[in-house]
Each structure stands twice: as C-alpha cells, then as structure tokens.
Design a protein around this ligand. Sequence first.
Ligand code: TYD
Length: 141
Amino acid sequence: MTLNVKNCSFISLPTIKDGRDGILCVAEQFHTIPFDIKRVFYIYNLHENNAIRGKHAHREVEQVIFCIRGDFDITLDDGKNQQTIKLQKPNEGLYIGTYVWNVMTNFSDDCILLVFASDLYNESEYIREYDVFIDEVSKIV
Ligand code: TYD
C-alpha cells in the first residue's frame, strides 16, 4: 500500500527466527527508528468496540507506532490528504511525523499498541483541536 499523507511512512523491523520457538523483533534508534528514542509507551486493555484514541497532531514529536498484538485502524490527515490504514503486524509500523492529525479506531479486543517517541511528554506540543491543526498546518510551507 502506498501512503499519500505527508510526513508518514511505513517502517518494517527485522525479525529473527532461530531454531527456537518465537520471533525476535528489533528496533534501533537512528537505524530502523529514524530518531533518538526518548520515550516508549504502550496502550492495552482496549475493550470498548467504539473506542477512539489519538485525535491530535504533534508540533514537535515524531512517533513510530506498532500494533504488536491484534489490529486497529488509524486515519492520517496532513491537512489535505486523508488515509486510513490497518496496523496488524507486530513488525510493521507507521512513522508519523509532525503536523499529522491521527485518529485510531476499531481496536481488536486483544490489541496492544507500542509507540516510540522522539521526545518526552509535553502537553504544549500537542494540537488537540482540529480547527487549530488546519490553521497551523496551512501556514507551513
Ligand atoms: P494521549 O496522547 O491523548 O493518548 P492517545 O493518543 O492514545 O489517545 O494521552 C492520553 C493521556 O495520557 C493524556 O492525559 C496525556 C497522558 N500522557 C502522558 O502523561 N504521558 C505520555 O507519554 C502520553 C503519551 C500520554
């Protein structure tokens, strides 16, 4: 699938399958993850069918999101183009740069999201109002 939303790309992590059971998946900063990983968070216990997460963009923080168990949909919006993608493979993630509005829905009951972020949590770098996002993104050349 081709992404037509700015500042987003797919990231595929290498997996190691040796003679033992299980798959080992590796993420490395500045290599497969294109930034210094300053924060990691994960989301689980998603049991409501109609749960909606995200609904924001970041002014400064870049993220890479993986669905390491189950699946969910993420709608990306760069202010012009919108695209909805299903994340469903533990080693195939999505890079989301700055000024991308994202909304996450349709979480499977067993879904676990793993996120690598380029900086510490700082609420002031979030844009949580869609109107403000459209206003700010329209001023970026
Ligand atoms: P939010 O980023 O809105 O979650 P999501 O994108 O999954 O919908 O964060 C939800 C709450 O958690 C909000 O009150 C901020 C807080 N939070 C932190 O304190 N630290 C963090 O690193 C993150 C990601 C969120």
